[in-house]
Design a protein around this ligand. Structure first.
Ligand SMILES: C[S@@+](CC[C@H](N)C(=O)[O-])C[C@H]1O[C@@H](n2cnc3c(N)ncnc32)[C@H](O)[C@@H]1O
Length: 199
């Protein structure tokens, strides 16, 4: 089931654009992107993050499980950009040619996290980077208490999973906080962390 189908058409709201932009700026503070790089974005959605990085890359693989989100992304392309769209879980991509794998606010949707990280380790070239931005552990209110695979993360645990898959952790820290009123009358701050790993 595509749980993003009904949200895709109006996903590109100022709050989402800001969230993607803050993440990309943080990524760029930490990684010097080289023009020949091939990047893969896990959970690329409508391309809010990846399209900002595309001019600096050699090519971008936009992977997502939602056909509806990817259709919105497709609609933004002229057709001659070095972009490959992969609809499916991360396991659908198998080339071992990625210099940079990044993901913002999609890891908490991964049903098979450990397996996904092990797979990611096969895609990223030696010396290549993984950059993940996601929520710190929350009480489930961020998703209105709907069942999702992860209510955010303890970054220390995520760090361990990457280390077990052969990555060296360069940095993990909180980089932003989202104020959202998920419970009427009770605004909460949801912190976001960034994790930078190198293979
Ligand atoms: C919160 S949205 C973020 C989208 C985009 N990264 C952004 O910042 O606008 C989460 C995205 O993850 C995708 N997603 C959900 N489960 C996924 C999975 N198992 N593998 C890859 N992407 C997934 C959704 O379809 C959606 O596009």
């Amino acid at each position: 089931m595509d749980s993003f189908a009904h949200r895709a058409a109006d996903w590109d709201q100022p709050s989402k654009i800001k969230m993607a932009t803050v993440f990309i700026n943080e990524l760029k503070k930490n990684i010097r992107i080289e023009p020949g790089w091939k990047a893969l974005e896990l959970g690329a959605g409508t391309g809010l993050a990846g399209l900002q990085l595309l001019p600096e890359l050699s090519s971008w693989v936009a992977e997502d499980t939602s056909a509806a989100m990817l259709e919105v992304l497709q609609g933004k392309l002229q057709g001659n950009e070095p972009v490959t769209i992969v609809k499916g879980e991360i396991f659908a991509y198998t080339n071992r040619d990625i210099d940079l794998l990044f993901s913002v606010m999609a890891f908490h949707h991964l049903p098979e996290l450990e397996k996904a990280i092990q797979h990611i380790a096969t895609l990223v070239k030696p010396g290549g980077y993984v950059v993940v931005g996601d929520l710190m552990t929350e009480d489930g209110s961020f998703h209105h208490f709907e069942p999702i695979p992860h209510k955010g993360f303890d970054p220390e645990q995520l760090k361990k999973r990457f280390e077990e898959s052969g990555f060296t952790i360069k940095k993990v820290y909180v980089y932003d906080s989202l104020r959202r009123e998920r419970i009427p009358g009770k605004p909460s701050d949801y912190e976001q962390f960034i994790l930078i790993a190198q293979k």
